[in-house]
Ligand binder design. Structure first.
Ligand code: NAG
Ligand code: NAG
Ligand code: NAG
Ligand code: NAG
Ligand code: NAG
Ligand code: NAG
Ligand code: NAG
Ligand code: NAG
Ligand code: CU
Length: 591
C-alpha cells in the first residue's frame, strides 16, 4: 500500500473559552481538566527488589493481600462530550468511567450494580490484559465466563492486579464500550532501570465517538441492506469539539478540549489507551518527541519517536520531556487513519499548558508531519521487550485461522472464522459448563477451539478482507512471530525475544488480493475458556469471535464461586419474563 504523508497544518482556532461546564460534557469525570489527579504508587507497595528487567511478570506477581475496592453504579445518561448530546452508559455518573488503580500484587474488588434503565439491558465488565490466573471466571465475558449481570442485579469482580502497567476496563456486552462504558486501569509497579519522570499525568484515553446510542449503531450493521455507520468524532479523555455546521442536532461549538499541565524542564508520563471502537489512531504532540517505555502492559527497550500508532485496545506509556518555555502551550493530536476507517471527524485534539501559560488562549502550534504505513502499527522489529522470553521453537500444535466476510442464509453480513460465524448463548457460561464436565461443544456456532493439554499453540491468521483487525486474546500475552502478506516464509522476527502483546493489528488484504497474515504463539499455562476476537465492536458483533479452551482437565478442578452461577440464575429469570433488548448477533439471547 502506498505511503501516505499526513500533516495538518495551521491554526485550529484561537478562542478558548469552554462553552460548557465539565458536568455538562463529562458528568462526574475530572479527566481532561487541571483537577485530574497526578498519580503515584499507592501506599504499601511491596514489589521490593523485583525489577522489570529481571522478573518474569507472568509467573512472579507479588501478593500484597491488600484489597482495592470500587463500587460501580452503571446507568444511562445524557452528556455532551463535544457539544452534542449523546446517550451514554455511565459509571457513577461519569464519562469516561472511573480510573481504577492498584499496586502490583493487590486485589481489585469491584462491585458492579446494573442500574441501566430506559430500556434495561444486561452488562458485564472485562479487565483488559490481565491474566486472571486461577480466576478465569472474573474475566467478564458473558456467555463464556459468566452470564450477563441482569438489570437490577449486582456482581462483585474479585481479581488480582497481576501485572504492572497501563490498561483499561470495558463492557463486553453488545456494543456498550462504544456507548462509553469504559475507563482506565492503572497498576503501579517498578519502573525500568534508567527511567525517571516527574509527573504521572495518568490516562490519555483516545476514543472515537458516536452521537447515536449503541443499540442504533448495531441496528445499522445488522440491517439488510447494510447501513454502515461511521463515528461522528474522535475524543481525548472524553472531550473534544464538533463543527456544528455539520449537524442538525443541538450543538454547542466550543465544548472545550482536554487540558494537560506540563512543567518546563520536567518529564511527564502519559498513559495512552486506545479505547476506540474502530480505527487506528496516530498520536503526536506538536513540537515534542517522546520515549515509548511500555506497550500493552509489556515494558520494552525504550525508543524515541514523534508518533505512536495504536489500534483499538492497544496502549503505550510515553515519557515526554517538557522542552517548552514556561509560558508556552501546544496542541496534542490523535488522528484516526482515514484509510482504515471512515470517521466523519477523524482529528482529536487536546491542549498542553505549561506552568505560566495563559489558559484562556488556545495553542498556536503546527502539527508534526508523519508517514502512515498502511493499516498496520509500528514494525515488529522496533519493539523489544525488556525481559526477554523466547517462544518454544517447536510449538506442540499449530492451527490456521482464515478470516472472511460473507452473508448468512438470510442475507445478513457476518464474519467467518474458518467458515464459522460465532453466536453466543447468554443463558449459560461455557467455563462453568466445562467445569461441570458438561460437553457443550457440539454446537458449532459457539466456536470452541479445544487445545486440550498442548503446552503451546502457534496460530497463523489470514485476513481475506480489506479492513485490518485488532486481534485480542484474553488471559495471555502472545508473541508475534511474523506478519506480512501472502505466504509466511517461516522466518521469525527477533526469534530470541519477539514482541509480546495482548492485542495485535492483523494486516488487511493488499492491492494484489494477498491476505494479510500474522503468526502468533502462546503458552498454555492458564486453564480457562478465553475469548479471542477482533476488537472492532461491529466485527465482534457480527460473529468475529473464537473461544480458546485451554486445559479442560484443569478447568474441571476449579472451585468456581457460587456468585458466578448466580449470574446465570438471575439472567435466566430475567430473560424468561422480559423481551431482552439485545440486537447483536455476537452475543445474542436465544430463548
Ligand atoms: C442536552 O439535553 C438536555 C435535556 O434535553 C438539555 O437540558 C441540555 O441543554 C442539552 N445539552 C446540550 C449541550 O445540548
Ligand atoms: C439538515 O437538515 C436538512 C433538512 O432536513 C438536510 O437537507 C441536511 O442535509 C441536514 N444537514 C445535516 C448536516 O445533517
Ligand atoms: C486506535 O485504534 C483505532 C482502530 O484501529 C485506530 O484507527 C486508531 O488510530 C488508534 N489510535 C491510536 C492512537 O493508536
Ligand atoms: C514567552 O516568553 C518569551 C520570553 O521568555 C517571549 O519571547 C514570548 O513571546 C512569550 N510567549 C508567549 C506566548 O507569551
Ligand atoms: C471454507 O469453505 C471453503 C469453500 O467452501 C473451502 O474451500 C475451505 O476449505 C473451507 N475452510 C475450512 C477451514 O473449512
Ligand atoms: C452445572 O451444574 C449445576 C448443578 O448440576 C447446574 O445447576 C448448572 O446449570 C450447570 N451449569 C452448566 C453451565 O452446565
Ligand atoms: C492439541 O491441539 C489440537 C488442536 O490444535 C488438538 O486436536 C489436540 O487434541 C491437542 N492435543 C492435546 C494433547 O491435547
Ligand atoms: C443471519 O444473521 C442475522 C443477524 O445476526 C440473524 O438474525 C439470522 O438469524 C441469521 N440467519 C441464519 C440463517 O442464521
Ligand atoms: Cu475486525
Amino acid at each position: 500500500m502506498k505511503n501516505l504523508i499526513k500533516s495538518i497544518i495551521g491554526v485550529v482556532g484561537l478562542v478558548n473559552a469552554a462553552g460548557l461546564d465539565q458536568t455538562e460534557t463529562n458528568g462526574n469525570s475530572l479527566l481532561g481538566t487541571f483537577d485530574a489527579p497526578v498519580l503515584s504508587a499507592l501506599p504499601g507497595s511491596t514489589w521490593g527488589e523485583k525489577t522489570l528487567e529481571t522478573t518474569n511478570v507472568y509467573k512472579n506477581s507479588p501478593n500484597t493481600g491488600k484489597l482495592r475496592k470500587y463500587n460501580f453504579d452503571i446507568s444511562r445518561g445524557l452528556l455532551a462530550p463535544d457539544g452534542v448530546n449523546a446517550s451514554l452508559i455511565l459509571v457513577n455518573g461519569a464519562f469516561p468511567g472511573p480510573t481504577i488503580e492498584a499496586n502490583w500484587g493487590d486485589t481489585f474488588q469491584i462491585t458492579v450494580n446494573n442500574k441501566i434503565e430506559g430500556p434495561e439491558a444486561g452488562t458485564s465488565l472485562h479487565w483488559h490484559g490481565l491474566l486472571q490466573h486461577e480466576t478465569p471466571w472474573m474475566d467478564g465475558v458473558p456467555s463464556v465466563t459468566q452470564c450477563p449481570i441482569a438489570p437490577g442485579q449486582s456482581f462483585t469482580y474479585t481479581f488480582k492486579a497481576d501485572r504492572p502497567g497501563t490498561s483499561w476496563w470495558h463492557s463486553h456486552y453488545a456494543a456498550q464500550t462504544a456507548g462509553g462504558l469504559h475507563g482506565a486501569m492503572i497498576i503501579h509497579g517498578p519502573i525500568p532501570a534508567g527511567v525517571t519522570y516527574d509527573y504521572d499525568l495518568g490516562p490519555v484515553l483516545l476514543s472515537d465517538h458516536y452521537f447515536i446510542d449503541y443499540r442504533e449503531l448495531l441496528q445499522g450493521y445488522l440491517s439488510v441492506p447494510l447501513d454502515l455507520i461511521f463515528s461522528d468524532n474522535n475524543l481525548i479523555n472524553g472531550k473534544g469539539q464538533f463543527d456544528c455546521s455539520k449537524t442538525n442536532r443541538t450543538c454547542t461549538p466550543n465544548a472545550g478540549y482536554s487540558k494537560f499541565r506540563f512543567r518546563s524542564g520536567k518529564t511527564h508520563l502519559l498513559r495512552l489507551i486506545n479505547t476506540s471502537a474502530e480505527g487506528l489512531q496516530h498520536f503526536t504532540i506538536d513540537g515534542h518527541s517522546f520515549q515509548v517505555i511500555e506497550f500493552d502492559f509489556v515494558p520494552i527497550k525504550r525508543f524515541t519517536t514523534s508518533k505512536v500508532t495504536l489500534s483499538p485496545g492497544q496502549r503505550a506509556n510515553i515519557l515526554v520531556k517538557g522542552i517548552g518555555k514556561p509560558n508556552s502551550s501546544y496542541w496534542v493530536r490523535s488522528d484516526i487513519d482515514a484509510v482504515c476507517a471512515a470517521p466523519s471527524q477523524p482529528h482529536a485534539l487536546a491542549q498542553i499548558y505549561y506552568e505560566n501559560s495563559d489558559i484562556t488562549k488556545a495553542p498556536n502550534t503546527n502539527a508534526t508531519p508523519y508517514t502512515a504505513i498502511g493499516c498496520g502499527t509500528d514494525p515488529l522489529a522496533s519493539t523489544v521487550p525488556l525481559y526477554p522470553i523466547a517462544p518454544p521453537a517447536n510449538p506442540s500444535t499449530r492451527k490456521d485461522l482464515d478470516i472472511t466476510l460473507g452473508f448468512n442464509q438470510t442475507g445478513f453480513l457476518q464474519w467467518y472464522m474458518n467458515n464459522v460465524t460465532f453466536r453466543a448463548d447468554m443463558n449459560l457460561a461455557l467455563l462453568s459448563a466445562v467445569n461441570n464436565g458438561t460437553e457443550y461443544f457440539g454446537v458449532p456456532e459457539w466456536n470452541v477451539w479445544d487445545f486440550g493439554s498442548n503446552s503451546s499453540i502457534r496460530m497463523l491468521m489470514r485476513n481475506y478482507h480489506i479492513s485490518p483487525h485488532p486481534m485480542h486474546l484474553h488471559g495471555h500475552d502472545f508473541w508475534i512471530l511474523a506478519e506480512g502478506h501472502g505466504d509466511w516464509d517461516g522466518k521469525i522476527v527477533n526469534p530470541g525475544n519477539p514482541i509480546r502483546r495482548d492485542t495485535h493489528q492483523l494486516l488487511p488484504m493488499d492491492a494484489e488480493n494477498r491476505p494479510g497474515y500474522a503468526v502468533i504463539e502462546w503458552v498454555q499455562d492458564n486453564p480457562g475458556v478465553w475469548a479471542f476476537h477482533c476488537h472492532i465492536f461491529s466485527h465482534l458483533s457480527l460473529g468475529f469471535y473464537i473461544n480458546v479452551l485451554e486445559r479442560p482437565d484443569d478447568v474441571q478442578n476449579f472451585d468456581i464461586p457460587d456468585s458466578v452461577q448466580n449470574t446465570c440464575v438471575q439472567w435466566n429469570a430475567y430473560a424468561s419474563k422480559n423481551v431482552v433488548d439485545q440486537p447483536d448477533a455476537g452475543l445474542k439471547n436465544r430463548k
